[in-house]
Design a protein around this ligand. Structure first.
Ligand code: 5GP
Ligand code: MN
Ligand code: MN
Length: 331
């Protein structure tokens, strides 16, 4: 990785430099937590003209509304048009950046921090580590190399990023180094119980009932070659409206659906427009769902991936079914 170039790009910024932080559309805990934690680190280094922005409507999902550094966030139209430095978090490709993609060209330097194996190295400087459990692992290493001292504000963002992308230290990417990083973050005094309750274990009553309804319509079906089943369900805009819920509450749904013992692959199809669906897929190991996602115009990790589907929910699931056998991982 290009550590020396990345350190120089930050360290050699002029005193009045404008720095724009960006992350992927529909930001999750890693995107927001890495971006804001890193932003607070830059602030500690004395960067004063500093903004953070994600593409699309500027609504922060409720689980992340207590993150330190939210004051760095500005809506898309207020992002610096031509910053000296743009730093991009947790995006595998330019297609994940919506209207902010042009900053890669208008910025003096474009620095990409990510951990997707499929990352297309679209920055001028790319710190991409596919073995990293989260983008925050990369962000913390860069902060350390810049001489930033972890404080509770920085640590909370990085910790939220680390716990969301490792499923609270349950996934295979949870290495000893991940726990060592968690230990350093916790040593700043952040409160893991409070953070987890807010990020993972709090949802409105309407969302609890919505989840119940959507879970009840889950389907379990066999897959062809060598396959255990596929479990899937869908949620419509009407479901959201009836329960008076925002779309981001559905992000957690896949974590309940993927528990299904009889299924190797799980999938939630979430309506975002009448004929457009955001698809989340998870695999227990037999299938590389990132191959399914890439084949259908999306991307992600081997065992957690997604894409945008068109047509009806049934059309979308049919397209997944057609790709599943091609994505079997050789034993
Ligand atoms: P989730 O199911 O939690 O939304 O996303 C799981 C992973 O799939 C994310 O880490 C992200 O990398 C990837 N992903 C989800 N949706 C899309 C998409 O529409 N396009 C691309 N390229 N990747 C996606
Ligand atoms: Mn992400
Ligand atoms: Mn990530």
């Amino acid at each position: 990785a290009d550590w020396a170039a990345a350190v120089a790009a930050v360290r050699d910024l002029p005193a009045d430099a404008q720095v724009q932080l960006i992350c992927h559309v529909n930001p999750d805990g890693d995107a927001l937590g890495s971006m804001l934690g890193f932003g607070l680190g830059l602030r500690q280094l004395g960067v004063r003209q500093l903004r953070a922005t994600f593409p699309g409507p500027p609504e922060v999902p409720e689980p992340f509304r207590a993150l330190p550094g939210l004051d760095l966030l500005v809506p898309e139209e207020d992002a610096y048009p031509a910053p000296d430095l743009v730093v991009c978090f947790d995006a595998a490709s330019e297609s994940r950046l919506g209207g902010l993609v042009d900053r890669l060209a208008t910025a003096g330097t474009a620095l990409v921090l990510d951990h997707h194996a499929s990352n297309t190295r679209f920055g001028g400087i790319n710190l991409v580590d596919p073995r990293a459990a989260a983008t925050s692992v990369v962000a913390e290493e860069l902060l350390a190399r810049l001489g930033v001292r972890l404080d509770a504000g920085i640590a909370e963002g990085l910790y939220v990023a680390l716990t969301t992308d490792t499923g609270s230290f349950r996934f295979e990417a949870t290495t000893p180094a991940v726990h060592e990083l968690a230990a350093r973050l916790l040593a700043t005094g952040i409160r893991p119980g409070d953070i987890s309750r807010r990020v993972f274990d709090t949802r409105p009553f309407g969302a609890v009932r919505l989840f119940g309804e959507v879970m009840c319509r889950a389907r379990l079906e066999p897959t062809a070659a060598g396959g255990n089943g596929l479990v899937w369900t869908y949620a419509t805009l009407d479901d959201l409206a009836r329960h008076d819920q925002r779309p981001y509450v559905l992000e957690a749904l896949i974590d309940s659906v993927r528990c299904t013992a009889e299924a190797d692959v799980s999938c939630v199809v979430k309506q975002v427009r009448p004929d457009e669906w955001a698809v989340s897929m998870r695999s227990k190991g037999a299938v590389d769902v990132s191959r399914v996602a890439v084949a259908l115009g999306g991307g992600g990790h081997t065992f957690a991936a997604g894409f945008t589907g068109r047509g009806s929910a049934d059309d979308v699931v049919a397209s997944i079914r057609a790709e599943l056998d091609k994505a079997l991982i050789e034993a």
